[in-house]
Design a protein around this ligand. Structure first.
Ligand code: V47
Length: 354
């Protein structure tokens, strides 16, 4: 069966099909990706009211693409104290935020208790606030440092109030590319294992892919298929998030940057390859609001959320330092002919604006 027949019949696509998707006519690709997102979500575009919290930027690892962690290029080290963190959370909650998304650098000076106390203090004050915290990269870092098993740490995370895990740290799973861009970080199979163990507890998480740097199309398809294989067994990934590489203030020299066409193709290919993941998120912080809403025509159905303050991508040049208002999402989604849906972290629909 050829690729177009497979797309017509909604057959599962293999590795070669995935590569070919980048070669077929752009609007034919868009047609099938959009059909797939509309079958699932019709004209709905999801977003949420969230706040990012990055407790420390001191990191023992050196990922070449990262401009967030303190280094020669970013000498401003910080570690927030509990009072500072709680004041951010208080502020967010008084503005109606429903999710706190906590990601730290790998700071060898901080104890395990320091991490757990962040979650505990937030949950004590705001029992209904959803805590999305600890990437698989952080889980791996903490487990190695404290000589415990993944499962022991995941048990503690649940005990101290973590509700779901973010999709960070996946980068690109191809071992050669990974070795070059983030040597020493959680390995690909370990990243996948941590998420699968988390899903086995009935918990949810996301999966990201950092693209537009030194990887090629084959690496992207391989990345998606490794995630799809886990999802076949576990069903715990809520969303796949292709993150567009931002190029400033880091150590990864990239000659050629992606244009809008290849970014949109990648959202579309993600939708078609990842037939078992409910949501494809066009994260506005790396794609801009304009492209994130256009991505809804190319298979995406989610734009992430208000964020409050964004520190990781904005350090590398993205214009995402300041968050957005709910009204910004509502306006851009309605003007583009879609239906804005305010969701919670697990995609329960809180409000539909029509
Ligand atoms: O894993 C770092 C990425 C990720 C750069 O789960 C960069 O809902 C682009 O994972 N250019 C962390 N990206 C952020 C993340 C995330 C974001 C939004 C939502 C969710 C979710 C997860 O940021 C890292 C890394 O891949 N990143 N540097 C850069 N220069």
């Amino acid at each position: 069966m050829n690729l177009i027949e497979k797309l017509e019949n909604e057959e599962r696509l293999d590795f070669d099909d995935g590569v070919k998707l980048y070669e077929i006519d752009f609007f034919t690709l868009a047609k099938y990706a959009k059909r797939s997102r509309e079958k699932r979500w019709s004209k709905k575009v999801f977003f949420n009211s969230n706040r990012h919290l990055n407790p420390t930027n001191i990191c023992q690892d050196v990922c070449k693409f990262c401009a967030f962690s303190a280094s020669r290029k970013n000498p401003n080290q910080y570690t927030l104290d509990y009072e500072e963190m709680m004041s951010i959370v208080d502020n967010a909650c008084s503005n109606g935020v429903k999710e706190i998304h906590i990601v730290s650098a790998h700071n060898a000076n901080m104890s395990l208790e320091w991490y757990f106390d962040i979650f505990k203090k937030i949950k004590e004050r705001y029992p209904f606030l959803h805590i999305k915290a600890l990437t698989a990269a952080e889980v791996h870092f903490l487990v190695k440092k404290h000589k415990m098993s993944y499962n022991e740490l995941l048990t503690k995370m649940v005990e101290y109030g973590v509700d779901s895990m973010p999709g960070g740290g996946a980068e690109i799973f191809d071992e050669k590319v990974r070795e070059y861009i983030c040597k020493g970080k959680v390995k690909s199979n370990e990243w996948l294992e941590i998420h699968e163990l988390w899903h086995k507890r009935g918990r949810y998480s996301n999966a990201t892919m950092l693209f537009g740097h030194i990887e090629n199309i084959e690496h992207r398809i391989d990345h998606m298929i490794r995630i799809r294989d886990v999802q076949d067994r576990s069903g715990g990934f809520n969303a796949f998030i292709p993150l567009v590489y931002q190029r400033e203030n880091n150590y990864l020299k990239v000659e050629k940057f992606l244009g809008a066409k290849e970014i949109l193709q990648t959202y579309a290919v993600s939708r078609l390859m990842l037939d078992n993941i409910p949501h494809i998120k066009a994260y506005w912080a790396t794609s801009t609001m304009n492209l994130a809403v256009l991505a809804q025509e190319f298979g995406a159905d989610d734009m992430d959320g208000t964020i409050g303050k964004e520190s990781i991508q904005s350090a590398a040049g993205a214009k995402s330092g300041h968050g957005k208002e709910l009204q910004d999402f509502i306006d851009v989604i309605i003007t583009s002919g879609f239906i804005p849906v305010l969701r919670d972290s697990l995609y329960n629909e809180l409000e539909i604006y029509s």
